[in-house]
Design a protein around this ligand. Structure first.
Ligand code: ATP
Length: 159
């Protein structure tokens, strides 16, 4: 199955229009999401308030829901991304100290994974999802070859 998107769907929900630089970043992300031969890991970085959430919601608006999983590393629920859940919930990542198993919720047609608040992403959680998707899609490439869109603030080197 291929990744679909339809710009006319962006009328489904009203969002503020993207401005100049936001629009060009949006276009280049959509291009990368559709290009299965290019890099499959995309990093959207910008300072707080630069419009990352708005831009991601525009992308979410035009993507086929069945191929998309929208997650955040943030357990406080403060993400403003539409239809998002935590990475733990989406992929059934075991939580330290809890013994019950929660089943993964992601679609078997998954082609695009969004991870918001990537600055808080735990490396072991990333490895868990990477391994899970490599097995699921029987492809020994990062995240089984699906597109992964990571969003966060610019890294500030420690002094
Ligand atoms: N093109 C735009 N038109 C109107 N409002 C905008 C636009 N871009 C950003 N904003 C507004 O600016 C505020 C900050 O945007 P947004 O939450 O998308 O930034 P962010 O980069 O995700 O910030 P954070 O990293 O703090 O989550 C929001 O209220 C958003 O609606």
């Amino acid at each position: 199955m291929s990744f679909h998107y339809s710009p006319e769907q962006s009328k489904v929900e009203h969002l503020p229009k993207l401005r100049g630089a936001q629009r060009s970043v949006y276009n280049s992300i959509l291009k990368k999401l559709k290009d299965k031969n290019g890099s499959r890991i995309i990093f959207l970085s910008g300072p707080s308030g630069s419009g990352k959430t708005l831009l991601l919601n525009h992308i979410i608006n035009v993507c086929d829901k069945d191929v998309l999983e929208i997650t955040s590393t943030n357990n406080s629920g403060s993400t403003l991304l539409k239809n998002s859940r935590t990475l733990h919930s989406a992929f059934g990542i075991p939580i330290v100290g809890k013994h019950e198993w929660t089943s993964p919720k992601y679609s078997s047609n998954l082609e695009v994974l969004i991870i918001d608040d990537v600055n808080s992403l735990n490396i072991s959680d990333a490895q868990y999802v990477d391994n899970l998707l490599r097995e699921k899609f029987r492809a020994d490439v990062p995240f089984g070859g699906i597109a992964v869109l990571l969003a966060g603030n610019p890294m500030v080197p420690e002094m």
